[in-house]
Write a protein that binds this ligand. Structure first.
Ligand code: 5GP
Length: 198
């Protein structure tokens, strides 16, 4: 029988952060420090950026395939963000939560809202990473990978909505200057999550 959400014993650390906030670095460091910490790889219909590898940052799929996967019920949650679809596969997260593991998911607000309806609150910590205003974030993100004006516009719209939703987070991490402190704050979140899974 397939494991279901009723059987979960683990903990989800939900990371919500605008582009350019440095969330990738913070999450990567935590994964390197805690070998038992798990990380879901989402599916997306967006184009690969330079340096991205299928199966590492994302499972890159066509929009047709993504839509088919939605019909097949393969996603725990999914959303359209800045013109592309993104989704967390049930197969990436449910078995791990049933096995009492700590799992990091990096998702945007619509996905967070879906998880809030699906998962018991005691099994979930929501972290928002902030790192300054839009101009700073935009410059950081564009230095990593150039974006069209229309994509930037769409991401800006989402940024304005998401930053208003900050109060949804249990922990807000400030990554606007002191990177070491931001890492320490995230580290504490992970340690607490592990302590809840004993
Ligand atoms: P990016 O294109 O910059 O990699 O991601 C755009 C946004 O989609 C980010 O806020 C990222 O966290 C979010 N995202 C990535 N994977 C998922 C997912 O599986 N579900 C949802 N809802 N959002 C996701």
């Amino acid at each position: 029988m397939q494991p279901t959400l009723n059987d979960i014993r683990g903990h989800v650390v939900v990371v919500m952060a605008p582009m350019g906030s440095g969330k990738g670095t913070i999450v990567t460091q935590a994964l390197a420090k805690y070998p038992n910490l798990k990380h879901t790889i989402s599916c997306t219909s967006r184009e690969k950026r330079p340096g991205e590898v299928d199966g590492e940052q994302y499972h890159f799929v066509t929009i047709e395939k993504f839509n088919h996967m939605i019909e097949q019920g393969e996603f725990l949650e999914w959303a359209t963000f800045a013109g592309n679809k993104y989704g967390t596969l049930k197969s990436e997260i449910v078995p791990r939560l049933v096995d009492c593991e700590v799992v990091i998911v990096e998702i945007e607000l619509q996905g967070v809202e879906q998880l809030l309806k699906l998962l018991p609150r005691a099994h979930m910590t929501i972290v928002y990473i902030e790192a300054g205003g839009w101009e700073i974030l935009r410059a950081r993100a564009c230095a990593r990978a150039p974006m069209s004006d229309s994509e930037l516009h769409a991401r800006h719209e989402r940024y304005l909505i998401e930053q208003l939703a900050k109060p949804i987070a249990d922990v807000i991490i400030d990554n606007s200057g002191d990177l070491a402190y931001a890492h320490t704050q995230f580290d504490q979140v992970i340690q607490i999550a592990f302590s809840k899974c004993k």
